[in-house]
Design a binder for this molecule. Structure first.
Ligand SMILES: N=C(N)NCCCC(=O)O
Ligand SMILES: [Zn+2]
Ligand SMILES: [Zn+2]
Length: 326
């Protein structure tokens, strides 16, 4: 019986690379089936082409397609977590969400509605951006049914600034707005990877009021990966150790520009992809309710360096979700 006529008793996995070469066929994430080809999905990978919130180099609107194209070499089994992330449950590519590039408020509403719809259909959502403005409408949708969530924010930047040219919704302000709207668990949230010049010392003091703990990029060098992971897990567990829902937002510029040149606001002195992937793997056992990988700007990428890094970040997040679902 052809695979596409099989009853959905087992997850439909990626296209078999031993039958159809990796470079053949339309690019879905990791060559997974489209959402409309399966009955339902435990995890939906959603592209959101949008970069109307950027403050410097544009291009993240082309990020979703670039990440999909860079994901073709991903294989079914992840030895680092001893899991086959696409065999444990159904993962599918939900395609790209069309949002208004000329009206940010309308675009944020469209994103929130779609994330709500997918979650209502039983899917956790892994979003491929698009610029970091997207984290706000996604958190609005997630917090609507999960309540305030811990935000685990990988970034070179705080993204808790107030406004740019008076505009409240930009890629530098999502977590300030989310904190103001009560979407964030202020006792369990943190930034990891912070580095680079700021607009003033007040950026750090203002950020501290919003409930984020800061792990700096240099802490990986000074304290080591294990120490960073231990601090991350302790923070996510919360003061009473009970933990709770966690939303993971990965701005690809958390990586050093040598690992991710294709991004809009690069900062020197970042972490390696190995450090980031190992940190994400340490999320096994935490209640990850959603995630995003944002700020991939293909026009500035070389040899798919950034696309490949983002695809692997997404793969490790999907692997964590699969281990947690077993
Ligand atoms: N890439 C993100 N998400 N934010 C960058 C903000 C850069 C700035 O305010 O100068
Ligand atoms: Zn950033
Ligand atoms: Zn960011």
């Amino acid at each position: 019986m052809p695979e596409d006529e099989q009853p959905q008793s087992c997850p439909r996995g990626p296209v078999d690379a031993s039958l159809i070469p990796r470079y053949c066929g339309p690019a879905t994430f990791a060559r997974l089936p489209r959402l409309d080809e399966v009955d339902s999905a435990a995890v939906a990978v959603l592209g959101i082409p949008f970069d109307s919130g950027v403050s410097y180099r544009p291009g993240a609107r082309f990020g979703p397609g670039h990440i999909r194209a860079s994901s073709k070499l991903l294989r079914p089994y992840n030895p680092a977590l001893d899991v086959s992330p696409f065999a444990v449950h159904q993962v599918a590519d939900a395609g790209d969400l069309a949002v208004n590039p000329f009206d940010i408020v309308e675009a944020l509403g469209t994103v929130q509605t779609e994330i709500t719809r997918l979650r209502g259909a039983g899917s956790k959502v892994l979003t491929l951006g698009g610029d970091h403005t997207l984290a706000l409408p996604i958190l609005r949708a997630v917090a609507a049914d999960s309540g305030p969530v811990a935000v685990l924010h990988f970034d070179a930047h705080l993204d808790t600034w107030d406004t740019y040219f008076g505009a409240p919704y930009t890629h530098g302000t999502p977590f300030r707005r989310a904190s103001e709207e009560g979407l964030i668990d202020l006792e369990r949230s943190m930034h990891i990877g912070i580095r680079g010049p700021l607009y003033g010392e007040q950026d750090l003091t203002a950020d501290g009021v919003l409930g984020f703990q800061v792990i700096r990029s240099d802490d990986y060098e000074n304290d080591g990966l294990d120490s960073v992971i231990e601090r991350m897990r302790r923070r996510l567990a919360g003061p009473d150790g009970a933990g709770g829902p966690v939303y993971v937002s990965v701005d690809i510029d958390v990586l050093d520009p040598a690992h991710a040149p294709g991004t809009g606001t690069p900062e020197a002195g970042g972490m390696t992809s190995r450090e980031l992937l190992n940190t994400i793997r340490a999320l096994v056992g935490t209640d990850v309710v959603g995630a995003d990988v944002v700020e991939v700007a293909p026009p500035y990428d070389h040899a798919e360096l950034t696309g490949i890094a983002a695809a692997h970040v997404a793969y490790e997040l999907l692997s964590v979700l699969a281990v947690n679902a077993r």
